[in-house]
Design a protein around this ligand. Sequence first.
Ligand code: TPP
Length: 385
Amino acid sequence: MIDAATFLRATQRIGIGFYTGVPCSFLTPLINRTASDRTLCYVGAASEGEAVAIAAGAWLAGRETAVMCQNSGLGNAVNPLTSLNRPFRIPTLLIVTWRGQPGLNDEPQHELMGRITQSLLDVIEIPHQRFPDEPHALDPLLHDARATMSRTGLPFALVLENGVLRDEPLDQPPRILPKPGEHIDLRHHAEKGSRLATLEAVLAAIPDQVPIIVTTGKTGRELFTLADREQHLYQVGSMGCASPMALGVAITTGRRTVVLDGDGAALMKLGSLATIGACQPPGLLHVILDNGVHDSTGGQATASASVDFATIALACGYRQAFSCDNTAGFTQAFKQALSTQGPVLLHVRILPGSLAKLGRPTIAPHEVAQRFRSFLRRDAQPPTT
Ligand SMILES: Cc1ncc(C[n+]2csc(CCOP(=O)(O)OP(=O)(O)O)c2C)c(N)n1
């Protein structure tokens, strides 16, 4: 058996200092210890895919990370693991439990995933090892994991069986509920603006040292076509993961961080708004460019017409939320939001459609990641508050 503290110290020896995840009963001692130790940074995520994206943001901002989850949750994480970590070459130490291990007589809902956990990791080309059950095996294994992650730039998984970790009490800090946030309504009920005009307003107002993470699809392509700057991170895949990645950056750096989200993408991982509200990153400015449709895949309607993102954000604990419906309102809101303590949400309703001659990032995702990482390191600033 292993103590959670012993394991965590061993992860720290390979440089890991940022932990996120979703609990599993096999992981309880480790999560309890990580959440209870005030010297560690632990972000409890709403979903495992979100945790992978938060860790990716923290890695871009210079941390080495670990993501802890149940093997059921591996299903939720497959998309970012394959379309974010893989193309961007973002490593993380995955600690995945082995519910449904053959012979364990576990619950029926774990039976299939229990049989295929290692094969699933093989299929998505994530190297893995058994989580050791003896303390002396930890350092060699973790050094091996670190060497593999440095060589490949990809995640490495440890598969945790039942009963390996010694019980650990939970002593997490009480949640301090944020004061109710403020709604600023800048809607003019006039003609909506285009995404192009909105992105031009972003580029005109944003300072050079502020990182921008852009959602999948045509938004990133349009931004790239307008301007390609080292402060841009085009999240070409992993729909819905832009805001949790920005959360990882904002928590780690403490600096102003802008995320340009789509309505479809925001709805796909709406739980991220709750995690952002719980974490209260003062620098985070979350912009939702709401054209009411999945523009990138042919204009099919999303559910956003009946969704009030500003109200949702405030209900989740954002400190301020703007509602706009044209470019003039957006421009005013964006400038104001840039100097407001976050987390701030800026919801702007825009027209569907994009540039006729739309480019695609010509720089490879792993180059974008390295460029963005260097940019964050070079322009490291004191926290916004
Ligand atoms: C997990 C996942 N599901 C579906 C897709 C396909 N897809 C790419 S962009 C997109 C639409 C995104 O909609 P929205 O966020 O509203 O942005 P818009 O396309 O309107 O700019 C979809 C469905 C994907 N890339 N990833």
